[in-house]
Design a protein around this ligand. Structure first.
Ligand SMILES: NC(=O)c1ccc[n+]([C@@H]2O[C@H](COP(=O)([O-])OP(=O)(O)OC[C@H]3O[C@@H](n4cnc5c(N)ncnc54)[C@H](OP(=O)(O)O)[C@@H]3O)[C@@H](O)[C@H]2O)c1
Length: 334
């Protein structure tokens, strides 16, 4: 089968296309023919091996697994032993964290991981970006006790995680202030359409002073908005969490003081440990089905343009998600 490979860590130029043996589903796995995949920040980290922690997952000093890609939507074409949750022909979407392989015609995925049926009325290419950003967003949300009527600020609201977080918080009845550098040209209403009650553009002079304060939670979805910056915006007892480790891994260190801060009613750092499973995947699928969550798509590339897609995502300014369609999608999957 055709796949995108990287035999060494590096930039988009490290990607090559080649033929590799078709994967065979092990016990508890399904084989999926990929119709569409994405290029996301996880893929960029696995491709570049940066930060270094990614080499623990992908191999040291060279990548152990050469096929890239973590998010996909497609059709089940094979079942491993013991699989009852899916049947051949099912349309599925998901995210294979820690074991890339979705930038290929076929990928094997464990059924107890982040995989769920594609809602009936959804195109596969629209569902493909449904899991990665939402999975990390959900981890940030769950680590807090935030609930209906609370107020939250999302910094980096236009990214994959940010756009998912705004929607997931809104679906939980949280009042969201969404902060971005600038609203995407041509989509000035994007964040209000996703459910934000207030939108702040940092590029507006007024924007920098109109965050508000007294938030129950501040979420950083950029890796650039530190606890020190967020602290004045939180009410006493409020929490900060980030999808990123922070400079020097500070978010993990600060989170170790979380229980003491909580006991003292102080503002605290909470560090989310994303744990994807089939229950979360199905929950996200159900939110998509009832219109409460729709992954935002910025651009769509052909599989042959994968290097260009990586270059675009590396720039750090994508809006939501970047989708990549596989050549076979039109012919074999309808
Ligand atoms: N494995 C993991 O745990 C994991 C996985 C994925 C991501 N992450 C972390 O989560 C972050 C967000 O991921 P994502 O997938 O949502 O990324 P993304 O889609 O690329 O979005 C990045 C966001 O950051 C903003 N941004 C870019 N450069 C900035 C800067 N210098 N200062 C302030 N904001 C900036 C962008 O919006 P504007 O253009 O409006 O500023 C955008 O909203 C990543 O940067 C990464 O640190 C961690």
């Amino acid at each position: 089968m055709r796949a995108a490979l990287r035999v060494r860590y590096g930039g988009p130029e490290a990607i090559s296309f080649g033929n590799v043996p078709e994967p065979v589903p092990s016990r508890g796995e399904i084989l999926v023919r990929v119709a569409a995949t994405t290029v996301n920040r996880t893929d960029c980290a696995y491709r570049s091996g940066r930060p270094w922690i990614n080499r623990v997952v992908c191999g040291w000093p060279r990548p152990r697994v050469q096929v890239l890609g973590s998010e996909y939507a497609g059709v089940v074409v094979g079942l491993g032993e013991g699989v009852e949750a899916f049947a051949v022909g099912d349309r599925v979407f998901g995210f294979v964290d820690g074991r890339p392989g979705a930038h290929a015609e076929l990928v094997t995925v464990p059924v107890n991981g982040l995989v769920a049926p594609v809602p009936g009325n959804w195109e596969l290419a629209d569902a493909a970006p449904g899991m990665e950003g939402a999975h990390y967003a959900h981890a940030c949300l769950r680590v807090t006790n935030i609930g209906p009527g609370d107020r939250a600020l999302v910094h980096g609201a236009t990214g994959a995680i940010g756009t998912a977080l705004v929607q997931l918080l809104h679906a939980e009845g949280v009042q969201v202030t969404a902060v971005c550098d600038r609203l995407p040209p041509g989509r000035p209403d994007l964040l209000t359409e996703l459910g934000a009650a207030h939108v702040v553009q940092l590029r507006d002079a007024a924007g920098r002073t109109s965050f508000g304060s007294g938030f129950d939670a501040v979420f950083d979805a950029t890796g650039h908005f530190s606890f020190a910056a967020a602290r004045p915006l939180l009410r006493p007892g409020g929490s900060y969490s980030s999808s990123d480790l922070g400079r020097g891994g500070q978010n993990i260190l600060l989170a170790t003081a979380g229980p003491m801060a909580r006991a003292l009613g102080r503002r605290q750092v909470l560090f989310p440990l994303p744990q994807g499973n089939a229950a979360l995947a199905r929950h996200l699928g159900q939110l998509m089905d009832r219109g409460a969550y729709r992954p935002v798509v910025d651009r769509t590339f052909d599989f042959d343009e994968l290097r260009e897609a990586y270059t675009y995502v590396d720039a750090g300014r994508k809006v939501g998600n970047v989708v990549v369609t596989m050549p076979a999608a039109g012919r074999n999957l309808g």
